[in-house]
Design a protein around this ligand. Structure first.
Ligand SMILES: [Zn+2]
Length: 425
């Protein structure tokens, strides 16, 4: 990935990052969503000709280049834009198998159904721990290289007590944002016994998984779980200290969003088919201590050739919107938040500022994290240095890798070239 010594560990002392042409701070992140959405650079807290100091893995100073304090080393960005690392609040990177044939068939006209998940379940159960770990390592490396410095990982392709527990054990090696998704679908071995599977998910499977999970999730949609079943799964998880999130309203109108808001879930994910009442419930939740973020996953609509969610309707109503990759082998096999931003802008009519906000602050809010998704004194130094003068290029240059460097907790975990470091002593 990189030959620079800084990738081996955090450098001692302080690092001045200067010559930043455009620094996105998301300085207004604590103010919550505005009723008119986020349309302007003001909302992103943009600074021109800026600098920042990193010390002990966190941002220690932010301000104009000309006022920068001395530091132990200096990195000159030469006018490049710097943005907060993306927060990808929805991924499924613990799996085995390949569904490219299913994708090709879908592109040839076959519809997507939730049942495709069972193909991956069979392959995942048959895989060794080492194979699952290797896939997760490769995909999380992709996530980081495309700018995601915080990411969530779900179980949900094991669907036995042992396979869900090991999925979460392996996920926890890569992130603290782990989600128990035993209620992804009813597996084939319980096809005639939904009640039995729900008892398993809310009983022994939850017992085995809760210690490794922060979140509990359920796929509340056609072909998966209904409202009562979803409530049962979420409340059981919440009773064990997990926080709820819901796969909601991806395939059709349904109760998923309402259940999510009702239980105080951190996020309702997909939100492709929404009623007026759903939009209102999401918007109203921003006035409560338990905001339910509408997490939009345009990679899924892109990869299933489905209509995109109506982001404008959500933003204009005042809902908090996040963007995430939904990286999974069936319906959105991408790790690229920049692709999701480009789709959100081009296909979902979000402004570029709204899309970047959703991919950073939105994702952080969907994970109930106030420390990430922004550049602020005291926050982890999670940064992307773009090979571009402005964040707008993330949508303006679709499909182009603009990640010049990615910093995570003050460590340069990825950089494309070695000529960017200008160490001045
Ligand atoms: Zn998902």
């Amino acid at each position: 990935m990189t030959s620079d010594v800084s990738a081996q560990g955090r450098p001692p002392g302080s690092t001045l990052v200067t010559g930043i042409g455009e620094l996105v701070t998301n300085a207004r992140a604590n103010e919550g969503p505005t009723r008119s959405g986020h349309n302007s650079d003001d909302d992103l807290g943009i600074m021109r000709d800026a600098a920042l100091v990193i010390s002990d893995g966190v941002v220690a100073w932010v301000g104009p280049s000309q006022d920068a304090p001395p530091a132990d080393r200096r990195i000159i960005c030469a006018g490049r834009a710097v943005i907060p690392g993306f927060v990808d609040s929805h991924s499924h990177v613990i799996f085995a198998g390949d569904r490219s044939a299913e994708f090709a068939a879908r592109m040839a006209g076959q519809p997507y159904t939730a049942g495709g998940i069972r193909t991956t379940v069979a392959a995942t159960r048959a895989a060794s721990d080492e194979a699952l770990r290797r896939t997760a390592a490769g995909l999380t490396d992709e996530l980081v290289r495309s700018g995601s410095t915080t990411f969530e990982i779900k179980s949900g392709y094991g669907l036995t007590v042992e396979d869900e527990a090991r999925s979460l054990r392996i996920a926890a090696e890569f992130t603290s944002e782990t989600t128990f998704l035993g209620a992804h679908v009813v597996p084939a071995d319980y096809a005639g016994d939904r009640r039995g599977y729900l008892d398993l998910v809310t009983g022994p499977m939850l017992d085995a998984c809760a210690p490794q999970a922060r979140w509990v999730d359920v796929f509340c949609d056609r072909g998966a779980f209904d409202a009562d079943e979803a409530r049962e799964v979420l409340t059981a998880g919440m009773a064990r200290g997990l926080v709820a999130r819901v796969h909601a309203n991806q395939l059709q109108h349904g109760p998923g969003v309402q259940v999510a808001v009702e239980v105080g879930a951190a996020s309702a994910d997909h939100c492709t088919h929404l009623s007026d009442a759903d939009v209102l419930a999401l918007a109203d939740s921003t006035d409560t201590p338990t905001t339910t973020v509408a997490t939009l996953l345009p990679g899924a609509e892109f990869s299933t050739r489905s209509p995109y969610p109506d982001a404008r309707r959500l933003l204009d109503a005042g809902a908090m919107v996040a963007l995430a990759t939904d990286c999974n082998p069936g319906t959105s096999f991408t790790t690229s938040m920049p692709l999701c931003i480009a789709l959100a802008v081009r296909e979902m009519h979000m402004t570029v500022a709204e899309a970047l906000w959703a991919a950073t602050v939105g994702g952080a809010t969907a994970l109930r994290r106030a420390d990430v998704g922004r550049v602020a004194v005291g926050a982890p130094a999670d940064l992307c240095v773009l090979d571009a003068p402005s964040y707008v290029h993330l949508a303006y240059r679709p499909g182009v890798d603009l990640m010049h460097q990615v910093w995570r907790n003050g460590v340069a975990v990825h950089h494309r070239r070695t000529d960017w470091i200008n160490a001045d002593g």
